[in-house]
Design a protein around this ligand. Structure first.
Ligand SMILES: [Zn+2]
Length: 68
């Protein structure tokens, strides 16, 4: 039986410009809760935009996109 799953849940193949090939990437999405109606200045100070970070597992190049 060889149907067990590898624990690489966030590894996906994407195109890496440095490698010039589709390589396994570790993709992380940082999601921020943006409450536009928040009146607290503290919330504004810590307001973040969602970012998608993908790291090439072959060469280590990191790409960051802002998802706005
Ligand atoms: Zn690469």
């Amino acid at each position: 039986m060889s149907t067990r799953r590898e624990p690489h849940v966030d590894a996906r193949r994407e195109y890496c410009t440095a490698c010039g090939d589709h390589t396994p990437h570790e993709v992380t999405i940082e999601q921020a809760n943006r409450h536009t109606d928040a009146t607290s200045e503290e919330n504004r100070k810590y307001a973040k935009v969602p970012r998608r970070r993908s790291e090439c597992k072959r060469c280590g190049t990191v790409d960051e996109e802002t998802l706005v």
